[in-house]
Design a protein around this ligand. Structure first.
Ligand code: ARG
Length: 588
């Protein structure tokens, strides 16, 4: 469907033209003075120079031309040359009826679908998922859903951290604890055990222990470096042990992401890039891009316009080991060959910006990606605690994601059973849904690049700009619709009338913004725009609801219209929160 602003602009542009001015001056936008008007055109001021005429005169002529036009309720020329517009209720009702029957709720799918590869999640195997990885998962999932809704082909890749020093550290620690395991016996030629020699909780303890030891003990660190190199070289026992680490971790990660309602299409990792490394390195050398510097292989990526130093990309360390940069570059090779994306978007902590600047530049310079593939780094800010420092447990440790989710759900459960009597099992399920909305909305309602404070009290509140408030609003609408059905009403489409009052019109004015908002959220990769939209729409509905007796209305046509309007609002709200990655319960 055409966007409402385009329909309005078309009329105003035609009027400019009919008055002898260039049509382009008629472009109209949303008013920034909602107390004065709904839409506003400032073209008369812009036309002043070209036509040597007072803007107010131009505005008056155009406003005059628009009198009697059915889509407007009011068009006024105001000093020094604004054209202030209010649309007619009939026009809004027409638009909403069309929206009711539109398969995509008025959003036009793109005519040029792109293949977008989304790199998000980015957990490191053998480390518990902690809140640092929460943002990537939440934002990425939403970006994926928004892009798909627009008709693009999106491939989400979790890009596990499974190939660097952390793997060497774990292997080393396991070796210290259980040196008798066959993985460390180079003479061993038999089959390795099917069972992993550790559980997930053991793994989660092994990694930090190893990491701490390596910081204090140089010999231990050297061992870990050697283990990393052996793993990357393909030493059989190390690969087998690594596979166990991977399997145990991935099982746990899948469960965690499932609880977050986050789903990946690909479960690839840094290690999957390994087979692409030798050829990539050879090409970089042949092309004269990569050269040796103090034993390491590097590619210069600084540019003249740089205001701060961009260090060269290290492709291989002096011991031949692959680094984070190496795997990211080789992953690009894999992605280009396997999926041919038009766009690769990385949703990663903004503190990694320099890394991605280097990787992107190197990839372009060495021809791994061509001009027609976009590379985007969407860096997100830190999730802080109330003290303004990175979010921690009360004891000051790293907060596990599972703990955070459990805390939130417990808080929601308490509130739900406090509110009214419910079956404990149902309350538990509801608490999960509401808890997820609290976490996700709390995160997504902030612009991704900004740091934000994770405030449990605020996020779990049923009032204010929160996930639970939205769900509460949706549930309220559902309950009205259910009562209507219980009273014998049948939900239909196509009977929305012009609004009966200002609060109803206000709600309609929010609904008609849906398509342009989604387009913007996609283009700017900005889920927070969906959040502001749902919040405004929920507020507009609640205002209407408090002023209107819907189920008691005696005029049947009026009541049908309201019910349909509510159902459309529900559909738009539910679609929007689905794009944010959470859902509403039936009751709460
Ligand atoms: N595993 C990395 C980390 O925890 C994030 C990976 C982001 N994606 C990428 N292609 N580098 O920091």
């Amino acid at each position: 469907m055409k966007k409402i602003l385009d329909l309005i602009s078309a009329q105003v542009m035609a009027a400019f033209e009919a008055c002898g001015y260039d049509a382009s001056y008629g472009k109209t936008g949303i008013s920034n003075r909602p107390d004065l008007c709904e839409y506003q055109c400032n073209g008369a001021m812009a036309a002043k120079k070209a036509y040597q005429k007072a803007p107010i005169v131009i505005a008056q002529e155009v406003a005059e031309k628009l009198q009697g036009n059915g889509i407007f309720a009011e068009v006024n020329a105001v000093n020094p040359g604004f054209i202030n517009i209010r649309v007619s209720g009939g026009f809004l009702a027409d638009y909403l009826r069309e929206m009711q029957s539109d398969g995509n709720l008025s959003v036009e799918k793109t005519r040029e679908p792109e293949t977008i590869l989304l790199d998000y999640g980015g957990p490191n195997v053998a480390k518990p998922l902690h809140v640092g990885h929460l943002r990537s998962a939440i934002i990425g999932e939403s970006v994926k859903r928004i892009a798909r809704f627009m008709g693009h082909k999106v491939i989400g890749d979790v890009h596990l951290g499974d190939w660097g020093l952390q793997m060497g550290l774990i292997i080393t620690e396991v070796r210290h604890r259980q040196p008798e395991l066959p993985y460390f016996d180079e003479q061993f030629t038999g089959e390795y055990p099917k069972e992993a020699p550790f559980t997930i909780s053991e793994l989660e303890e092994i990694y930090p222990t190893a990491s701490a030891k390596s910081k204090e003990d140089a010999a231990y660190r050297d061992e870990a470096l050697e283990a990393t190199a052996k793993l990357q070289d393909g030493v059989r026992g190390y690969r087998a042990l690594w596979q166990h680490i991977l399997d145990v971790s991935v099982t746990d990660l899948r469960k965690n992401y499932q609880n977050l309602n986050v789903e990946f299409d690909l479960w690839k990792g840094e290690s999957d890039a390994r087979t692409y490394i030798p050829e990539m390195v050879a090409r970089m050398k042949q092309g004269g891009f990569a050269y040796e510097d103090q034993g390491a292989l590097i590619v210069d990526v600084k540019e003249e316009r740089d205001t701060k130093e961009v260090p060269p990309c290290i492709i291989l360390k002096s011991d031949g080991a692959a680094l984070y940069t190496t795997t990211d570059l080789a992953t690009i090779v894999d992605r280009m060959q396997t999926y041919k994306p038009d766009h690769i978007i990385y949703i990663v902590d903004k503190r990694q910006e320099m890394h991605f600047t280097q990787v992107f530049r190197c990839a372009r310079k060495t021809g791994l990606v061509q001009e027609d593939t976009k590379l985007t780094f969407l860096g997100f800010g830190t999730m802080n605690g109330k003290d303004g420092k990175p979010f921690k447990t009360r004891e000051g440790g790293v907060m596990r994601l599972e703990t955070l989710i459990a805390d939130i759900n417990a808080e929601m459960y308490k509130k739900i059973v406090e509110n009214h009597e419910v079956d404990p099992q149902e309350a538990k399920e509801t608490a999960k849904l509401v808890g997820l909305s609290a976490i996700k909305y709390g995160d997504l309602s902030n612009q991704a690049s900004k740091d934000y404070v994770f405030d449990i009290d605020k996020f779990t509140s049923f009032e204010g700009n929160t996930g639970p408030y939205l769900l509460y609003t949706i549930v309220r609408i559902k309950s009205i619709l259910n009562k209507y059905r219980e009273n014998g009403g049948i939900l239909q489409k196509g009977h929305i009338l012009a609004p009966a009052n200002e609060s109803e019109k206000g709600m309609m004015m929010e609904l008609v913004k849906f398509n342009s908002m989604i387009e913007q959220a996609f283009e700017e990769i900005a889920p927070h725009k969906v959040c502001s939209f749902v919040y405004e729409l929920a507020n507009a509905f609640n205002r209407f609801y408090h002023e209107t007796r819907i189920l008691g209305e005696e005029d049947a046509a009026r009541q049908t219209s309201w019910i349909e309007l509510l159902d459309l609002t529900r559909e738009v709200l539910e679609t929007s929160i689905d794009l944010l990655g959470f859902a509403a319960p039936e009751r709460m």
